[in-house]
Ligand binder design. Structure first.
Ligand SMILES: NC(=O)c1ccc[n+]([C@@H]2O[C@H](COP(=O)([O-])OP(=O)(O)OC[C@H]3O[C@@H](n4cnc5c(N)ncnc54)[C@H](OP(=O)(O)O)[C@@H]3O)[C@@H](O)[C@H]2O)c1
Length: 258
């Protein structure tokens, strides 16, 4: 059986990866902080499931997962760097510790775990890494600030690795969805009441598209036509126009953009 390791595996997009990969016959390694929730997620799966309780905002937590990724006796075929957080307030109103924690989870853990996984995949001449980014990384979004910048890093990092890993048989892809109904915004304390229904994606649909795009060797996956168009605009409209539009749009998601 192929093995997939998913971070942030107990909720939202990560849990959808676990469900779909398990239904495709993967054995799973589930990573998150809450051990009880990890155990109950693993218990519901038909195949083999290991759990690693680790806080990916810490070096020690990352190392626990890196050790598993470097274990050639039970090689991981697919790494899904999914765990990520947002913050409730704008940059100047968050504590610097919270800003650093966001970077540690959204950027440093992605870098460390990818670094641990790739050597084995290169040696085997196959494997895959999906790094969960966001359309928020396509341009400087308000009021995300550090969040948007962290996802720009994830997409850029993944796309550049895609180019160097493809000749070695290893797929690296950034998954850049729009808004997905998960625990993410509640956990951060972000009020999303003003968002329209069409703006919300379903986590299972997002993951289905991501897995299909990975198989097609896509460097970046943006599920749904609406977000493909919005993502394209974010990447290509002149920046002064983009800044004017995002300044207004940010007022719809309940935070002071400044
Ligand atoms: N939801 C959206 O609208 C949206 C849109 C675009 C991109 N994304 C991205 O999608 C990814 C998944 O988000 P989601 O919406 O599915 O989030 P979610 O529903 O809040 O789930 C987060 C998962 O990550 C785990 N986690 C949180 N902090 C962690 C830490 N320090 N160490 C290890 N695990 C941790 C949580 O479990 P524990 O609490 O037990 O650790 C949980 O399993 C993130 O990278 C996010 O930026 C989300």
């Amino acid at each position: 059986m192929p093995i997939a390791l998913v971070t942030g595996a107990t909720a939202g997009i990560g849990a959808a990866f676990v469900r779909l990969l398990s239904s495709e016959g993967y054995d799973l390694v589930l990573v998150a902080r809450d051990e009880a929730r990890l155990k109950s997620s693993a218990a519901g799966l038909p195949g083999e499931a290991e759990i690693i309780s680790a806080d990916l905002s810490t070096t020690g937590g990352c190392q626990l997962v890196e050790q598993r990724l470097a274990d050639d006796g039970r090689p991981v075929d697919l790494l899904v760097n999914n765990a990520g957080i947002g913050l409730a307030h704008s940059f100047v109103n968050n504590s610097i510790d919270d800003e650093e924690r966001l970077l540690a989870i959204n950027v440093r853990a992605v870098m460390r775990l990818t670094h641990a996984a790739l050597p084995g995949m290169i040696a085997r001449g196959r494997g895959g890494v999906i790094n969960v980014s966001s359309v928020a990384g396509f341009a400087p979004m308000l009021p995300g600030h550090t969040y948007s910048a962290s996802k720009a890093w994830v997409t850029n990092f993944s796309e550049s690795l895609y180019t160097s890993m493809r000749p070695r048989g290893v797929r690296v892809m950034a998954l850049a969805p729009g808004f997905v109904r998960t625990e993410f915004h509640d956990s951060a304390g972000i009020d999303m009441d003003k968002l329209s229904d069409w703006q919300w994606l379903d986590a299972d649909d997002v993951v289905r598209t991501a897995l299909a795009d990975l198989r097609r060797w896509r460097p970046v996956s943006t599920p749904s036509v609406a977000y493909k168009v919005l993502g394209g605009l974010a990447r290509h409209v002149p920046r002064p126009l983009f800044r004017a539009v995002t300044g207004r749009a940010s007022k719809r998601i309940g935070r002071n953009p400044n």
